[in-house]
Design a protein around this ligand. Sequence first.
Ligand SMILES: NC(=O)c1ccc[n+]([C@@H]2O[C@H](COP(=O)([O-])OP(=O)(O)OC[C@H]3O[C@@H](n4cnc5c(N)ncnc54)[C@H](O)[C@@H]3O)[C@@H](O)[C@H]2O)c1
Length: 273
Amino acid sequence: MKTVITGGSGKAGRGVVAELRQHGHEVLVVDKVKPADPSIPFLSADLTDYGQVGDALNGADAVAHLAAIPAPRMFPDAVTFRNNMLSDYNVFLAAKQVGIKNIVWASSETVLGLPFDTPPPYVPLDEEYPGRPESAYSLAKHLTETMAQQFCRWDSELKIFGLRFSNVMEPQDYAHFASFDADPNLRRWNLWCYIDVRDAAQAVRLALESNLKGAEVFIIANSDSVMSKTSTDLMAECFPGVPFQREVGQNEALMSSDKAKKLLGFEAKHSWR
Ligand SMILES: NC(=O)c1ccc[n+]([C@@H]2O[C@H](COP(=O)([O-])OP(=O)(O)OC[C@H]3O[C@@H](n4cnc5c(N)ncnc54)[C@H](O)[C@@H]3O)[C@@H](O)[C@H]2O)c1
């Protein structure tokens, strides 16, 4: 499979490039920034310019679309919204026009309601309640999830899978985890979840290789929390009164990746523990 990886020079993208190459995909990184490894095929393009996107995607079988400003308030809201929303539209439209039917893109855990100034409706979180974006960044992700449904309604052969990644961690980031443990409020904003970059990459590969069609979203988080305190104690302390949908294990993640397990065969393999 010849796969374009937008944002392939970034944190998640580097992991996806490695994973896809290991599994025999031919890759082309499309990014504004050059990959550090010169052996990676690369095309410099700005995804907010439609002509550049059409050219970049032409001839590919699939696209893993990860390019974005990756968090709220790195830039003024309108800059983040314009960059991310326009890039998403351009990638979906260009894929349609060059005949690519296989799109996997990075949505975000933020659509679940982060930073939970309004408490979550229940835990563990799943994909069953409507998006609750609380920032321009998250609003663009939510609108792209909606846009994907319309593109797939127009073409029943199309697959657009949005992966709602939790906070992406590289192995060197685990050195900070001890400091999170001291104060449950430090990571309350995402219910103490994370995703190892190698597992994020595994999820992208499995989503690309899936034969399913249509617009779907999947929570992609590790199965454990970043804390040593139990998940039930953390909820009692920070979100008293939020109901549990089911019993959870001692340090079980409060974002459930069960849908990705069931439909994609995803199983996180790299715990910080
Ligand atoms: N990092 C996280 O914790 C996290 C969590 C959830 C979702 N995500 C999503 O995952 C994706 C990857 O995030 P990341 O952490 O790897 O970010 P990153 O900033 O490390 O990488 C993003 C890459 O996208 C490129 N890019 C941005 N706008 C572009 C444009 N207009 N044209 C061309 N290239 C452009 C950047 O140059 C960069 O290399 C993003 O969509 C982000 O929203 C990230």
